[in-house]
Write a new protein. Structure first.
Lengths: 296, 692
C-alpha cells in the first residue's frame, strides 16, 4: 500500500479545500521570489481595507540553499502553498486544522503544536505575530497575523498560512529524501526537479556573472522608482522582486559583505515602500473620485 | 456565591503565561476593591488556551459608603439674608444633596463647608460586566497584536469568554466576542462547546478533566502529571529522566494535557558532547533527555505531546525523524569544527568585532591572555601559568565555531571540548567554565586556573565598555556588565585573591592600545563599589558598612571584608557608640573651618584639655605601633578600632573646656589643627567611623 497522497494530489486537495472556504485560486506569479509573501496578491492584498481571500502554490527560489540535488532536505527552489484571508475569520485555526485532514493528516491522530514564532521580513518592511506549527515535532506551516507591511500598520488584519509542501509530502509518504516524493503514480520529484537543482546550483554558486548582477540591481532600482512616480506600481514591484532575487544570487556567490548586505536590505525595503505607497495612494484617489461622483 | 471568568484564546506563548495569571489575580482583587465588593479569595489558573480567574464568596452587593466632600469656605454658606449662596447651593447640587444637609467643619485652614454624600451599594450582577471587561482588557503581555477591527492589542486573539456569577451568565463583550458559558476542547478536537454550569473551581476543573480528551486546567495538577508521565516513560526502560526545571515549566505552559512519548535514537549521536545533545533536545525540539543511574546520557528521548495517546507509534516515528535530523545537523557542525580547530577559530576572531571602536575579538583574546598571565604572577601562582596562558588566549575561540553559532548557549562549553580533543585537557575545565558564574548565586569556575582566566575576561570586558562610555543605566544593561562585575568581585573575594580592584583595573586599562579614547573609565570604581556592596550583603554583611572603608579600592577584597566584619563587631559595643557622637562633632567643626592644617604647636596650648587630647594621640599611636599598616585580619582590625574609644574622655573634656573659636587666630588655627589630627585618626586610620 502506498503511503500518503501524491504530491500533485495534495495540491489538488488543498485547492479544493480552500476553494470551499471561498478563496480565489490564483496561479503562481511569474517572477522569481524567495517566499510566497512576495507575491503581489499578498503584498498589495494585505495593504488596504478591501476583503481578500486567495490561495495559490508559489515556487520559491533560495539560491544559497541549493545543494546540486545532493542533499536529501535542501533545495534551491521549492514550493509553498499560500493562503491569505482578510479579514481573518474568527475560526481560522479550526479551518486550518481541517485543511490538514483534507491532505490526509488527521490532527486527532497527531501531535499538533503551535509554537510562538513571530515572522518578519526586513526586506519587505513587514512583520506579523503567530506560530510555526509542528506536526509530531516537524515544522509544517507558518501561521501569521500580519501586523505591518511595507512600513504600514495594518487594519483589517490579514492572516497568512504558508504550508511547506515538500516537508508535508515527505512526512505523509514516509520518504527520507525530498527527491523520492511521488509526484504522481509514475513520476517522482526527482524526475521533475533534480536536473534543475543541479544546473541552477552550478549557476548560482559558480557561473553567475557578478558584474552583470550588480548592474541588474542598479537598473531594477532605477526602473522601480521611475515607475512608482508614474503610479505604475505593479511593474515597479516586479522590479523590486527581481532586485531582491539578484541580491540573493549575489549572496549565494559570496559576493556580499556584511555592510553590503545591510545596504541592500535597506534598498529593497525602500523600493517595497515606494510601491506600497503608490498603490495605497491610487486606492485612496479612486475612493475620493467615487465619493465625489456619489456626491454629485 | 462564586464568580468565574474564562478568557478563551488562540495558543498563548508559554512565556506569557505566568505573568498573565499573576496579573489576572492582582487586577481582579484591585477592581473588586475599587467597586467595594467583598470576597473571600481570588485565584487564577489555566492553560495556554484558557486564562481563568475564580472569585470565592463574592458578595451580592457592593458596600454602602459615606464620603465627606470638602467645599468652599464656611463664610460662603449663607448670605446676609440667611439664604444659601450660589456657591453653596451649587456645591450641594453637584454632590446630589439638599443645601440644608451641608455641614461646616473646622479645618487647619479655618471652617469649610462639607457635603456628606451617601453612596448606595449596587448589585454585583450589575457591576460584573464592567469588572469582567476591565479584567480582560487590563492584562498586559510582553508582545501584543491586533486581529479584529476594534484593534484591541492583546497577546493572542480572544475567541471565547465565560462570565458566571453562581450559575448565571454575566453578559459582556470584548473584541467582538460576547460571553456565554461555553468552553472548548483541546484545539485539535473541534469546537463543540462544553457548557460550564457553575462558578465552581472543582466542578470546572473536573468538567474539563472528564472530557473524552481531558484538559488539566490546574497548572499544579498539570505539572505533577507531566513529571509523572515523563518519569514513568523513562522508568519503563530503566532510565532516569533529566527533568530540567526550565523545560518542565515551559512544557506545563504549552500543554493542556501532557503525555510522554519516548523513543530511541541512534547510538552514534552519543559520540557528540553531552551538553550538545541535551541542548538540541531541550532547546530545539523541547524533549527530555534521559540518563542511567550514573548520570550518563542514554540514546533515548522523551517527547511530550498535547493530548492522550492515539496513534502513538506514528507520532513516535515522527518525533524520531525530527530528532535524528536535528542531531545529524549537530554532528555535521561538530565534525566541521573538529576539522578546523581552535587555532583557526581564533584567527577568525579577527573578523568578529568586540565593541564599536575597540577592535576585534582576537585582540580581546590577547588582552585577556596578558591580564591572566599578569594575575598568575601577581598571585604567585606560576605553576598555573602554562594552563592559564592557553585557556585565556583561546577562551573566545569557540565563538567562531559552527556549533556555538547554532547554539550560543554552549559558548565556553564547546571551547573546553575542543581543547580536550586537541590534547589540552589541562585547560579544558577553565575554558568550559569561562563564563561562570552564570547567575549571581551560581558556582564559580571549579578550578583556580578557571577563576583567573574568567576574572581576566570579565575585567577586560568591563574596562572596555567603560572606556567607550557604555555604562549601564537603570534597566539598560545589554552586555550584562552588572552580572560580570558581580562575578569578578565574587571570584576575587571567594578565592581570597591578593590583588586590589585598583591594581586590576589599572593593569587591564594599560593593555588597551595607546590612544584608545577614555569616555568613562572614572565611573568604573563607583560601579564596582556597588557590586562589592551587594556581594558583601549576600555574604551576610550590611552593604552600608562598606561606606566606612575608605581604602576599599586599594585593598584585596578579603581584607575589605575583614575590615567590614571588624566594623560590624565593634559597632555593637557601648564604647563605640559613645565615641561616635564626639567624632561627628569634630568633623562638623572642621567642615565649617577654612585653611585647616595638621601642624600643632604645643606652645600655643592654653588649657590642659588641649594638651591631654594631644598626648592621647601620641599615646594611642605608640601603643599601636605599625599595626595600622600591617593589619589585614578581622581580629587585628577589631583591636585597632577599639582604640578609638580612648578619645572619648579627652574629647569630651576638650569640648567642655575649650573654645575652638579663640580670639587669637593663631590659637584658633592651632586648635583646629589638633582636631584635624584627631579626625585623621578617627576617619583614616583604617576606616571612617563617622559614616557608619
Amino acid at each position: 500500500m502506498k503511503n500518503g497522497m501524491n504530491f500533485q494530489d495534495m495540491i489538488s486537495a488543498l485547492n479544493t479545500y480552500w476553494t470551499k472556504q471561498g478563496c480565489v485560486l490564483v496561479q503562481p506569479y511569474d517572477v522569481e521570489k524567495g517566499a510566497g509573501t512576495y507575491n503581489p496578491e499578498t503584498f498589495f492584498g494585505s495593504l488596504t481595507k478591501k476583503p481578500v481571500k486567495r490561495a495559490y502554490v508559489e515556487p520559491c527560489r533560495r539560491p544559497a540553499d541549493g545543494r546540486y540535488g545532493e542533499n536529501p532536505n535542501r533545495l534551491g527552489k521549492y514550493y509553498q502553498y499560500q493562503v491569505i484571508m482578510k479579514p481573518a475569520p474568527a475560526n481560522i485555526q479550526e479551518i486550518y486544522l481541517n485543511s490538514l485532514k483534507a491532505i490526509g493528516l488527521d490532527p486527532k491522530q497527531h501531535d499538533v503544536r503551535w509554537i510562538e514564532d513571530d515572522w518578519q521580513s526586513p526586506t519587505l518592511g513587514a512583520s506579523g505575530v503567530g506560530w510555526e506549527i509542528w506536526l509530531d515535532g516537524m515544522e509544517i506551516t507558518q501561521f501569521t497575523y500580519f501586523q505591518n507591511m511595507a512600513g504600514y500598520a495594518l487594519n483589517p488584519i490579514t492572516v497568512e498560512i504558508t504550508y511547506g509542501l515538500e516537508r508535508i509530502a515527505m512526512y505523509c509518504q514516509k520518504v527520507d529524501n525530498v527527491f523520492d516524493i511521488r509526484w504522481n503514480d509514475e513520476i517522482t520529484y526527482r524526475d521533475v526537479h533534480h536536473e534543475g537543482e543541479r544546473q541552477f546550483s552550478h549557476y548560482y554558486f559558480e557561473e553567475s556573472n557578478v558584474d552583470h548582477l550588480r548592474r541588474y540591481i542598479q537598473e531594477c532600482e532605477e526602473e522601480c522608482f521611475a515607475l512608482c512616480k508614474k503610479g505604475l506600481y505593479l511593474p515597479a514591484y516586479d522590479n523590486a522582486m527581481k532586485l531582491s532575487h539578484y541580491f540573493n544570487m549575489l549572496e549565494a556567490r559570496g559576493a556580499i559583505s556584511v555592510s553590503d548586505r545591510t545596504n541592500n536590505i535597506t534598498k529593497i525595503r525602500n523600493l517595497a515602500k515606494a510601491c506600497a505607497k503608490a498603490y495605497v495612494e491610487s486606492v485612496e484617489k479612486a475612493e475620493e473620485t467615487k465619493n465625489e461622483e456619489a456626491a454629485k | 456565591m462564586n464568580a468565574l471568568l474564562e478568557i478563551g484564546l488562540e495558543h498563548l506563548p508559554a512565556r506569557f503565561m505566568a505573568p498573565a495569571l499573576k496579573q489576572l489575580e492582582t487586577l481582579t482583587a484591585q477592581l473588586l476593591d475599587e467597586k467595594r465588593i467583598s470576597y473571600k479569595s481570588v485565584e487564577s489558573f489555566g492553560t495556554y488556551r484558557r486564562l481563568v480567574v475564580l472569585i470565592e464568596d463574592l458578595a451580592e452587593k457592593s458596600a454602602d459608603v459615606q464620603k465627606e466632600v470638602k467645599g468652599p469656605p464656611a463664610k460662603l454658606l449663607k448670605d446676609a439674608n440667611g439664604n444659601f449662596t450660589p456657591q453653596s447651593a451649587g456645591f450641594a447640587q453637584k454632590n446630589g444633596i439638599a443645601p440644608e444637609k451641608l455641614t461646616v467643619v473646622e479645618t487647619e485652614k479655618g471652617p469649610f463647608i462639607y457635603a456628606v454624600v451617601k453612596i448606595k451599594g449596587e448589585k454585583t450582577v450589575k457591576l460584573l460586566p464592567e469588572i469582567f471587561t476591565r479584567i480582560v482588557t487590563g492584562l498586559e503581555f510582553a508582545k501584543n497584536m491586533i486581529w479584529e477591527e476594534t484593534g484591541l492589542r492583546y497577546g493572542r486573539p480572544i475567541r471565547s469568554l465565560i462570565g458566571l456569577y453562581g450559575n448565571k451568565v454575566i453578559k459582556f463583550s470584548v473584541a467582538g466576542v460576547t460571553s456565554n458559558r461555553n468552553t472548548y476542547p483541546l484545539s485539535s478536537f473541534g469546537r463543540k462547546p462544553i457548557k460550564v454550569q457553575q462558578a465552581d473551581k472543582a466542578a470546572y476543573a473536573e468538567l474539563l478533566r472528564s472530557q473524552p480528551q481531558p484538559v488539566l486546567v490546574l497548572p499544579q495538577e498539570r505539572r505533577e502529571a507531566l513529571i509523572k508521565t515523563v518519569s514513568n516513560e523513562a522508568k519503563v526502560r530503566g532510565y532516569r529522566a533529566d527533568l530540567d526545571p526550565e523545560l518542565v515549566e515551559e512544557t506545563v505552559w504549552f500543554t493542556e494535557h501532557p503525555v510522554a512519548v519516548g523513543g530511541d535514537f541512534e547510538l552514534k549521536f552519543l559520540t557528540l558532547p553531552k551538553d550538545l545533545v541535551t541542548t538540541v533536545l531541550k532547546k530545539q525540539i523541547k524533549m527530555f533527555p534521559v540518563t542511567n543511574d550514573k548520570g550518563e546520557l542514554q540514546p533515548y528521548f522523551i517527547a511530550v505531546r498535547d493530548g492522550i495517546s492515539v496513534n502513538q507509534n506514528e507520532v513516535r516515528d515522527g518525533f524520531k525523524k525530527v530528532m535524528s535530523a536535528r542531531l545529524s545537523d549537530a554532528v555535521f557542525f561538530f565534525e566541521n569544527d573538529k576539522k578546523e580547530g581552535l587555532e583557526k577559530f581564533k584567527e577568525k576572531l579577527k573578523n568578529v568585532q568586540f565593541l564599536e571602536g575597540l577592535g576585534n575579538m582576537y585582540e580581546k583574546s590577547d588582552r585577556t591572555q596578558k591580564l591572566a598571565d599578569w594575575l598568575c604572577e601577581k598571585l604567585g601562582r606560576g605553576e598555573l601559568s602554562r594552563t592559564v596562558d592557553y585557556a585565556a588566549s583561546h577562551a573566545y575561540a569557540d565563538l567562531a565555531s559552527h556549533v556555538v553559532y547554532e547554539f550560543p548557549e554552549l559558548q565556553g562549553y564547546m571551547g573546553g571540548q575542543y581543547a580536550a580533543l586537541e590534547g589540552r585537557q589541562d585547560a579544558a575545565k577553565a575554558m568550559e567554565e569561562f563564563y561562570f558564574p552564570l547567575t549571581s548565586s551560581s558556582a564559580l569556575p571549579s578550578t583556580d586556573e578557571g577563576c583567573i582566566v574568567s576574572l581576566a575576561g570579565k575585567m577586560d570586558t568591563l574596562t572596555g565598555n567603560f572606556l567607550i562610555g557604555q555604562i549601564p543605566t537603570g534597566s539598560e544593561d545589554p552586555f550584562a556588565l552588572r552580572r560580570q562585575a558581580f562575578g569578578a568581585v565574587r571570584i576575587m573575594l571567594e578565592k581570597g585573591m591578593n590583588v586590589s580592584l585598583k591594581e586590576l583595573v589599572e593593569k587591564s586599562a594599560s593593555l588597551y592600545p595607546a590612544g584608545t579614547p577614555d569616555k568613562g573609565l572614572k565611573e568604573l570604581p563607583g560601579f564596582l563599589f556597588q557590586r562589592l556592596a551587594l556581594v558583601l550583603e549576600q555574604r551576610g554583611h550590611k552593604a552600608a558598612t562598606l561606606q566606612a572603608v575608605r581604602n576599599w579600592y586599594e585593598m584585596p577584597l578579603t581584607q575589605v571584608e575583614a575590615l567590614v566584619s571588624a566594623l560590624e563587631t565593634v559597632k555593637t559595643g557601648e564604647d563605640f557608640a559613645q565615641i561616635l557622637e564626639p567624632a561627628k562633632r569634630v568633623c562638623n567643626i572642621l567642615k565649617k573651618a577654612d585653611n585647616v592644617t595638621e601642624t600643632v604647636d604645643e606652645k600655643l596650648f592654653e588649657l590642659p584639655a588641649e594638651k591631654a587630647l594631644y598626648d592621647k594621640i601620641h599615646e594611642v599611636d605608640a601603643s599601636l605601633g605599625c599595626a595600622v599598616n600591617t593589619a589585614h585580619t578581622q581580629e587585628e582590625y577589631v583591636r585597632i578600632l577599639k582604640t578609638y574609644s580612648a578619645f572619648r574622655e579627652p574629647l569630651e573634656n576638650f569640648f567642655k573646656d575649650v573654645m575652638v573659636n579663640a580670639q587669637d587666630p593663631a590659637v584658633r588655627q592651632n586648635r583646629l589643627a589638633l582636631l584635624a589630627r584627631v579626625r585623621r585618626y578617627l576617619t583614616q586610620t583604617v576606616a571612617d567611623i563617622t559614616s557608619l
